[in-house]
Design a protein around this ligand. Structure first.
Ligand SMILES: [Zn+2]
Ligand SMILES: [Zn+2]
Length: 427
């Protein structure tokens, strides 16, 4: 591998060259070396070398590192800092080929003067959070585009220059060539190489932009993202795309929005789904849970009915995503997750155990009111005391948990016929 050439040598600039000089030197070199126009077999390699040099020297920090340490990454840097060609002018916006297409008047030219001098639309992606989509937001984004040239104010002429009709094509933008083939003479029309199909040439072109009236530069815009936007929706910023050649109309910047996944809500159109946790006791009697909504500071009351099951959905109208341009909102759908409580006090566990014992006695469905009455009538309170003693003893003796004897057994047993209900079920 050959040793790497000095970046300043590659661009043929002085070590103290300012940013503008470096940019100018780069554009000059790149125009000649671009693989699409150069005949040099090593054009691609050289083009990459120029790109690499420019990507470092055009970045203040990288250049400082390079000057000081001989490496764009600083003292600990290693290897090359080569940036992919398509990334140099912002991977998000457009590739370098687009720039050179426009420099050389590339693009469509299907005969006649259809060569584009208008700027193209540019696409850029913008990721926002679900909260931002719900409330609407303003986002500042930076990107690279072909913007009006500062040095000539977008005209493409140096001082004293003018726009002339192209001598080669006489303003038609196309040249006709005749070829002799086995089928006879073939006439073909191609884009005029002198004017790039525009029909005009600048007699004293601006050096910075080579007469195009536009140069690659960084642009910063503020995007107003409307309330309720969805992934894939776009916001169009007029004239913020590629600048046209020598003052021709500019393209638009098309911002394609991506709404990021939320850690609590899942969006289905304008409905928001979320999980709501309750414990199994709350599931039995029903409860009301207050959760944070999607808007800042918003509280949503979710009323969970008695007897609700794991996975049941409880809908709250008009608490989902605000709808774009409508002022209304979708639904909030709470999906119930039932969990077993593990923090019951001893007394509470006792109560539940008593209830479970009651229900498992004979396997019949138990009416809660009736159960209470019966428990009172049949001395459940006494049974509870027995159980409390059992737990107390367990704590004292450091015993392992044992299922207490069914406190209702004796009471029911004395009333006779235990287990009959169960047998009755096995028909
Ligand atoms: Zn210029
Ligand atoms: Zn021409």
């Amino acid at each position: 591998m050959e040793p790497k050439r000095d970046y300043y040598d590659v661009l043929e600039v002085e070590r103290d060259a300012d940013a503008k000089t470096i940019k100018r030197a780069f554009l000059k070199k790149a125009r000649v070396l671009h693989p699409d126009v150069s005949d040099d077999p090593n054009a691609e390699e050289k083009f990459k070398e120029v790109n690499e040099a420019y990507s470092v020297l055009s970045d203040e920090q990288k250049r400082a590192n390079y000057d000081r340490y001989g490496d764009a990454n600083g003292p600990s840097g290693f290897g090359s800092d080569y940036v992919d060609v398509s990334d140099i002018f912002g991977g998000s916006g457009f590739g370098i080929n687009d720039i050179f297409d426009s420099f050389f008047g590339g693009g469509s030219s299907r005969g006649g003067r259809t060569t584009r001098t208008r700027g193209r639309d540019m696409g850029i992606r913008l990721a926002i959070t679900l909260e931002e989509a719900a409330a609407g937001c303003r986002k500042t984004i930076s990107y690279d585009r072909l913007a009006p040239c500062d040095d000539c104010g977008g005209t493409g002429f140096a001082e004293g220059g003018t726009l002339k009709t192209c001598d080669r094509c006489h303003g038609t933008g196309v040249v006709t060539s005749v070829q002799r083939t086995i089928f006879g003479q073939m006439q073909s029309q191609t884009t005029c190489p002198d004017c790039g199909g525009t029909g005009h040439v600048v007699d004293k072109p601006c050096e910075t932009c080579d007469g195009q009236g536009r140069t690659p530069s960084k642009e910063t815009v503020v995007v107003e993202v409307p309330v309720g936007i969805r992934t894939g929706d776009t916001v169009r910023l007029k004239d913020k795309g590629e600048t046209g050649v020598r003052g021709d109309a500019s393209g638009d910047l098309v911002v394609s929005v991506e709404v990021l996944q939320h850690d609590r809500f899942e969006r289905h159109d304008d409905d928001l789904y979320c999980a709501v946790k309750i414990d199994s006791l709350q599931a039995i009697v029903g409860t009301s849970v207050s959760i944070d909504g999607i808007l800042a500071g918003e509280k949503v009351e979710v009323k969970i009915p008695a007897g609700c099951q794991y996975g049941d959905q409880v809908t709250v109208e008009r608490r989902g995503m605000p709808r774009r341009g409508l002022g209304s909102r979708g639904r909030l759908v709470a999906v119930v997750r039932v969990e077993t409580p593990t923090d019951l006090t001893r007394t509470q566990t006792l109560d539940v155990a008593a209830l479970v014992a009651e229900r498992t006695l004979d396997g019949v469905e138990v009416d809660v009111e009736a159960t209470k009455e019966r428990a009172d009538r049949e001395g459940a309170s006494h049974a509870k005391e027995n159980m409390a003693e059992h737990f107390a003893a367990e704590a004292e003796n450091d015993l392992k948990w044992e299922v207490p004897e069914n406190p209702f057994k004796q009471a029911r047993g004395s009333a006779g016929k235990p287990g009959r209900g169960r047998k009755g079920r096995h028909k």
